[in-house]
Design a protein around this ligand. Structure first.
Ligand code: CA
Ligand code: CA
Length: 323
C-alpha cells in the first residue's frame, strides 16, 4: 500500500512538473505606439521564451494605422525572432480616444524589420482564426494589453475556409485562458476598456473561457524602465520607446500595466498575486463595476511589494537578446 501511495505521489508530482515545464503558448494583442509599457511587455515575454516558459504564436495589432505591426516586428527582430506572424486591424472602428504615434513609425523606419509597414501584415482576425486552428485543443493563452476590438471581432466571426467553426466555437475549442490588462477593481474607468467599450462588452459577455484581468491598480504602483537607458544599447527599440515617450517620468519610469498582464499570462499567480472571482460588468461609456458572484472572471490582487515586482520585471526588460 505504502509503495503504491509513493508511486502515486511520484506520478502526480512528475505530471505537475511536466505540465508546469511546458512553454505557455501565447498570442499577444498589443496597442504599441501610444504608451510604452507595451514594448516592455513584449521584451519580458521574449525573455520568458528564452527561459523555456513561453512560446509566441503570433502578435496582433488592434489599431487602424500602418506603423504598429512593423514596430512590433522591429522588437521581435531585435530579440532574434523576425518571423513571428503579425496581424493588424483592417476595419474602420473609430476608437474613443487618441492613439498617438509616439514611437511606432520611428521603430518601423529605423530599426531592422522586414514588415516595414502594416500594409504588409496579415488581417488580424484571419490570423487569429488560422493560428488557433493549427493549435491543439485547450492550449492557447491570449493576452490582450490594448483595446479588445480584435477579440470581439474574432468572437463574432463566422465559419470560413480556414475553419468551419464560428469565432466563439473556435475560441472555446482552442483557448485555455484570456488575460486582459483592463478595467479597475472593484470599479473604475480604465483606458483600454474606455476607448472600445462595445468590444470589451462583447468579450466580457461572450468569451467562452475564464478571463483574468490585471486591473489598472496592479500595474500603477510598479514603476519600471529607468534601467533601460543605463544598461541597454541605443540599438534596443524598447529603450528608445521609453526614452522618447512623453508619458514617462523624468527618470524614464512608467507604470507596468502591460508587463504585469504578460507576467501573469505566463507564470500564473506565483507568490506575486492572489485573485478574486466574480463577474465584470462594463457600462456603455466604458466604466466598470464588479459582482463577486460566479467563476467566469477573475481579477488580480497584489501580494508581493511593488519594489520586488519592479526588480522581477526590470531584470527581464534589460536582459540582452539571445541568438
Ligand atoms: Ca518579420
Ligand atoms: Ca497597451
Amino acid at each position: 500500500m505504502r509503495i503504491f501511495l509513493t508511486l502515486f505521489i511520484v506520478c502526480i508530482c512528475s505530471l505537475a512538473y511536466t505540465q508546469n515545464s511546458k512553454p505557455v503558448k501565447i498570442i499577444i494583442d498589443t496597442d504599441f505606439g501610444n504608451d510604452c509599457d507595451d514594448t516592455g511587455a513584449l521584451a519580458i515575454l521574449h525573455q520568458m521564451v528564452y527561459n523555456g516558459e513561453a512560446e509566441i504564436l503570433a502578435a496582433m495589432y488592434p489599431m487602424n494605422d500602418e506603423w504598429g505591426a512593423a514596430a512590433i516586428d522591429a522588437v521581435n527582430t531585435y530579440y532574434g525572432k523576425p518571423n513571428i506572424p503579425i496581424g493588424t486591424y483592417t476595419g474602420n472602428y473609430v476608437y474613443k480616444g487618441k492613439h498617438n504615434d509616439f514611437y511606432n513609425s520611428n521603430l518601423a523606419k529605423n530599426f531592422p524589420n522586414d514588415l516595414k509597414t502594416g500594409k504588409n501584415a496579415l488581417d488580424a482576425v484571419m490570423l487569429y482564426r488560422k493560428v488557433l486552428s493549427e493549435q491543439p485543443d485547450n492550449s492557447v493563452t491570449i493576452v490582450v494589453v490594448g483595446p479588445q476590438r480584435l477579440l470581439a471581432d474574432l468572437l463574432l466571426s463566422p465559419g470560413d475556409q480556414i475553419n468551419q467553426l464560428s469565432g466563439v466555437e473556435l475560441v472555446k475549442k482552442k483557448v485555455i485562458k484570456l488575460v486582459s490588462m483592463g478595467a479597475e477593481y472593484p470599479k473604475g474607468d480604465e483606458w483600454n476598456i474606455r476607448i472600445c467599450p462595445d468590444g470589451a462588452q462583447v468579450v466580457a459577455k461572450q468569451w467562452p473561457t475564464p478571463i483574468y484581468y490585471s486591473g489598472f491598480e496592479i500595474g500603477k504602483v510598479i514603476m519600471t524602465g529607468e534601467r533601460l537607458i543605463a544598461e541597454t544599447p541605443i540599438t534596443n527599440p524598447v529603450r528608445v520607446a521609453f526614452e522618447t515617450n512623453p508619458m514617462v517620468e523624468k527618470n524614464k519610469n512608467r507604470h507596468s500595466w502591460d508587463e504585469t498582464a504578460v507576467l501573469f499570462a505566463v507564470r500564473g499567480l506565483k507568490d506575486y498575486w492572489t485573485m478574486a472571482s466574480g463577474s465584470l460588468q462594463i457600462l456603455d461609456d466604458g466604466k466598470n463595476t464588479w459582482t463577486p458572484v460566479g467563476k467566469k472572471h477573475f481579477y488580480l490582487i497584489a501580494k508581493k511589494p511593488p519594489e520586488e515586482m519592479k526588480k522581477i520585471i526590470e531584470d527581464m526588460m534589460v536582459a540582452p537578446p539571445k541568438q
